[in-house]
Design a binder for this molecule. Structure first.
Ligand code: FAD
Length: 459
């Protein structure tokens, strides 16, 4: 792996690949690393395999395959199975199964995507409980879907759940119910912004198609649901929930939960980048300009990692960011780069505006964090919601203090799984809002490394 390059791109999803194609077209000496074995990220992984044709619609498939082909022609190197775990100035530390490596690059783009908002609830550690993303990945990688003697129950609020519901019905997996945890007021308020979605007609049609398939399949949608629990001895056997103050039970083989996607801010927070709070989607995201430049001089952010706008927008965000890096490096005349990037900038703006509707309609309901005291929130350190509430009542009102008092967030995932819930529970207990509470910061190394790997790079 080259040690001194113009541009390093972390993440080979739609944004990372878009950035790489742009960088390649400007003649940059660039490389892409990804902790997975193949390019494509969450949405386009294994896109060249024939089995994906059954999973993605024709349009998405075409966009993904063209992007991967353009990347292969770009001349930008790809390093698979390579995870970035640290950074000092312009040097990034990576590891793969065979080696640990430092890469120095004049500019670094983090295109590390988003992940599903982790929401703890009673029984969430029981086998048979999935997130919608995990169920989708199982389907895409092994062609399997959660199923059993009883139907499955879906629960939550977000577009990924719609796509999954259609995959389940298309493949004959019965759905007992969709327990909708969203707020009616959000959906009502969202209608004011509905006009935005018409700016991207293919996307609107795709959404309508999913909605019609769900209606055709007669999936019972139960709104106004709270206090969801997965119950069973050793495996999910039933799902219990509350509606209008009454408890209900549904026999089920699996519970699939999804409460939206949030940006991965572990690396930006560890690097002390400036972050901003989105009060509708209730997540933190790195402060960037329209081209992905962050508060750190040589670091850029592209794709869902910057703000969640979905796969297609991520491609154009990547292109714009790749051109911005080339521009800042001064390798291409200003007027030439302006012409090159203008089309992508327009596309990016249009798609981001259109997807903004989803931000309103699927606004998360903070009540999902109103969970019983004995529910485990931090899975690494087995810390319960009750222990976190107790610490907050004792005066520990920011996530770092609660971490020190309870060990929540002190395990190997560094709060990636429990950080959001931790902040929401502190906010509920103290009456502060989640923005005031702040975030549980990650520290380097971003992911676990062995002492030998660490020493190899710091010797
Ligand atoms: C679980 C899940 C399933 C989804 N399914 C769908 C779907 O069916 N349809 C749809 O339209 N949208 C889907 N989405 C949304 C869509 O995938 C995203 O909008 C899109 O992929 C964002 O592109 P991206 O390039 O920003 O990030 P991603 O596609 O997430 O790519 C980020 C890449 O960065 C890599 N990475 C992260 N951290 C590191 C690190 N430290 N070192 C090295 N590499 C790293 C990851 O391995 C990944 O390949 C899904 C999202 C999720 C989270």
């Amino acid at each position: 792996m080259a040690d001194n390059i113009d541009l390093l791109i972390v993440g080979a999803g739609p944004a990372g690949l878009g950035a790489a194609v742009a960088a390649g077209s400007c003649g940059l000496d660039a490389a892409v690393v990804d902790e997975y074995a193949s390019v494509g990220g969450q949405i386009f992984r294994n896109i060249q395999l024939p089995c994906i044709e059954k999973i993605l619609d024709e349009r998405t498939l075409g966009i993904g395959r063209k992007l991967v082909e353009d990347f292969e022609k770009s001349g930008v190197k790809f390093y698979p199975n390579t995870s970035v775990w640290g950074m000092e100035n312009t040097t990034v530390f990576c590891k793969s199964p065979d080696e640990v490596k430092k890469i120095s690059a004049s500019k670094i783009i983090y295109a590390t995507g988003g992940y599903e908002r982790p929401v703890p609830f009673k029984g969430w550690t029981l086998p048979g409980v999935y997130t919608a993303g995990a169920a989708e990945m199982l389907f895409r990688s092994a062609g399997e879907l959660p199923s059993g003697k009883e139907p499955v129950v879906l629960c939550g609020n977000g577009p990924l759940l719609m796509a999954l519901a259609v995959h389940l019905t298309e493949h004959g997996v019965p759905i007992r119910a969709w327990l909708d945890t969203g707020k009616f007021s959000s959906k009502l308020f969202a209608s004011v912004h509905m006009g935005r979605v018409f700016q991207d007609m293919p996307y609107f049609k795709h959404g309508m198609h999913l909605a019609l398939e769900i209606i055709k399949a007669k999936v019972p949608i139960i709104t106004g649901v709270s206090a969801v629990e997965a119950c069973g001895s050793g495996f999910v056997e039933k799902v219990v929930y509350t509606k209008n103050g009454k408890r209900y039970e549904l026999a089920a083989s699996a519970l699939i939960r999804h409460e939206g996607i949030i940006p991965r801010i572990q690396i930006p927070s560890a690097l002390d980048m400036k972050l901003e709070w989105d009060s509708l989607q209730r997540y933190w995201y790195p402060k960037t300009d329209a081209f992905g430049r962050t508060s750190l001089n040589h670091v850029y952010i592209a794709g869902d990692n910057a703000f969640v706008h979905g796969g297609e927008s991520a491609i154009w965000k990547g292109y714009v960011c790749g051109y911005a890096a080339a521009w800042d490096l001064g390798v291409v005349p200003d007027n030439e780069i302006k012409v090159k990037s203008e089309e992508f900038y327009r596309k990016m703006q249009l798609l981001c505006r259109a997807r903004d509707y989803l931000r309103y309609v699927f606004a998360p309901n903070p009540q999902v964090f109103d969970i019983p005291d004995d529910t485990i929130v931090c899975r690494c350190e087995c810390v319960t919601a009750g222990e976190i509430r107790q610490a907050a009542r004792e005066g520990f009102t920011n996530p770092r203090e609660v971490k020190i008092a309870t060990r929540a967030g002190m395990g190997p995932c560094q709060g990636r799984s429990c950080g959001t819930a931790l902040a929401e529970i502190i906010a509920q207990t103290t009456g502060m809002n989640a923005e005031q509470v702040g975030i549980l910061k990650c520290r380097q190394p971003f992911s676990p490394v062995t002492l030998a790997e660490y020493c190899a790079l710091h010797a």
